[in-house]
Design a protein around this ligand. Structure first.
Ligand SMILES: Cc1cc2nc3c(=O)[nH]c(=O)nc-3n(C[C@H](O)[C@H](O)[C@H](O)COP(=O)(O)OP(=O)(O)OC[C@H]3O[C@@H](n4cnc5c(N)ncnc54)[C@H](O)[C@@H]3O)c2cc1C
Length: 429
């Protein structure tokens, strides 16, 4: 049985395939197709939505996880698509390279991360798919296609954020940068002034984001700036105390209190925000961007036009206050530049991202539906890997290139070899 990270998505596939190369992937697609079976590619299972579950063939690229080529001159790196980000980051660092931006964790595969539009924060930085210069994919007809800005550019624009609906991405060519060090500062600040001065804050650092606990007036800001200073890695005990003990175990205990006694949540949230102090670190970029997430939760995230953020945040907080709904996880607010991948949540739009989370095992649907309704009013676009309630009827008007993606899907997978129930719901059968 396959299960995703949050434990909410499960399936028992007819077969699990682990091909070791492109020819073996082609053979898997042709075998499934000949047998009238569907096939779903799986990465590390870190998506909250039903993108992966299948009763057909579950295909993992766990054996296709190598760096294939590093060009130091152009800083282009070609990798097999099953490589997890943490291994990729280490291998890039060994060559004096890095990805210019990353999300909160590094457990995803590169193919899985790009397929849903995974992003970090930084108003001047695009999401991970925007770092993809070229792809090799095996389509539903068993063809092996190459695409890039120059070669089949329409496929390249579609296949970077593909939801695994166009084919099996086997190789990815990434635009990297020289390895760099970040000076990270985590600090509490009044929420109201943070929101009021958001333009200056996001202009004042390469990477700015903040967390806001419901019922607390304090934002926990995270500001990461590039620095010429050398990395100062933390001793193992200090990293453990901060990343594991405080961020995970203490937080998990607070979540458990809130789950058992929801009436205490406002007090617990205020106590947590008061307990957070000022912390500074200087380290290798990926070690500042990412950290372990051991407390399990479910999540929804919306990309909205940047100017809509104050309204979306204020109304979300007001809804929680008015309904008294038990929310003991903070909201996370990030920023990103627009891009040109057809189904990217940031397609041709500089975006603010609002992520809402609920501790695993607690009710989430009324909260997520309420936030979604607020984001709907701002033409919000859901993160494809995180929970949402949109359908093939409600989505197209938010994506100017929806029909272009549909045309590429028709070309790559006319017989819907890569279908499952979730894709039927959001893209149509
Ligand atoms: C704790 C946690 C933290 C997170 N933090 C962030 C964050 O900071 N920013 C953010 O944007 N998101 C974040 N996410 C969401 C996560 O990055 C995405 O859901 C991502 O898609 C997961 O990648 P994966 O490798 O686990 O792929 P999976 O979840 O297994 O699959 C994702 C999609 O990729 C497709 N796919 C996988 N492999 C291939 C392939 N070879 N070819 C074609 N399609 C393929 C699958 O079919 C599916 O549609 C987080 C999730 C968790 C659980």
């Amino acid at each position: 049985m396959w299960e995703n990270w949050s434990g909410e998505q499960r399936c028992t596939p007819a077969r699990v395939a682990e091909p070791d190369g492109i020819e073996a992937v082609v053979a898997e697609v042709e075998t499934a197709r000949a047998a009238g079976q569907t096939l779903r590619p799986a990465g590390s299972g870190h998506s909250f939505t039903g993108l992966v579950p299948t009763d057909g063939v579950l295909l993992s690229l766990g054996r296709m996880d190598r760096v294939l080529n590093v060009n130091r001159e152009t800083r282009r790196v070609r990798v097999q698509a099953g490589i997890p980000l943490h291994r990729l980051n280490d291998e890039l660092a060994a060559h004096g390279l890095a990805l210019e931006n990353l999300g909160d964790i590094d457990r995803q595969t590169i193919a899985g991360a790009i397929a849903t539009g995974t992003h970090g924060t930084g108003a001047g930085y695009g999401n991970l798919p925007s770092l993809v210069e070229g792809l090799t994919l095996v389509t539903g007809t068993g063809d092996v296609l190459q695409c890039s800005r120059e070669e089949d550019p329409e496929l390249w624009r579609a296949a970077r954020v593909s939801l695994g609906a166009l084919g099996i991405v086997c190789e990815v060519e990434l635009r990297c940068v020289e390895a760099f060090t970040l000076h990270g500062v985590d600090a509490p600040a009044p929420l109201e002034t943070t929101v009021a001065s958001i333009d200056e804050l996001i202009a004042g650092a390469e990477h700015f984001e903040f967390y806001a606990f419901p019922h607390a007036g304090t934002a926990l800001t995270r500001t990461n700036r590039r620095t010429a200073a050398p990395p100062v890695p933390r001793p193992a005990w200090k990293a453990w105390a901060s990343d594991i003990l405080l961020t995970n175990h203490v937080f998990r205990a607070a979540c458990a209190v809130g789950k058992a006694r929801p009436a205490l949540i406002p007090q617990v949230n205020r106590a947590l925000t008061r307990a957070v102090g000022h912390e500074e670190r200087v380290d290798r970029s990926d070690r500042i961007f990412t950290s372990p997430r051991l407390v399990r939760f479910v999540e929804m995230e919306y990309a909205v036009p940047r100017a809509a953020l104050p309204d979306v945040l204020a109304r979300t907080r007001a809804w929680i206050e008015e309904t008294g709904f038990a929310v003991n996880f903070p909201m996370e607010v990030r920023f990103g530049a627009g891009d040109d991948a057809l189904l990217s949540p940031a397609f041709e739009r500089d975006s603010a991202y609002l992520a809402v989370h609920v501790y695993r095992g607690m009710p989430w649907e009324p909260y997520f539906r309420a936030v979604e309704a607020i984001c709907d009013e701002h033409a919000g676009r859901p993160h494809w890997g995180k929970l949402h309630f949109q359908t093939a009827e409600t989505l197209p008007s938010r994506y100017p290139a929806w029909d272009r993606f549909a045309a590429v899907r028709e070309r790559c997978d006319p017989d819907r070899v890569f279908a499952n129930a979730h894709l039927d719901r959001i893209l149509g059968a």
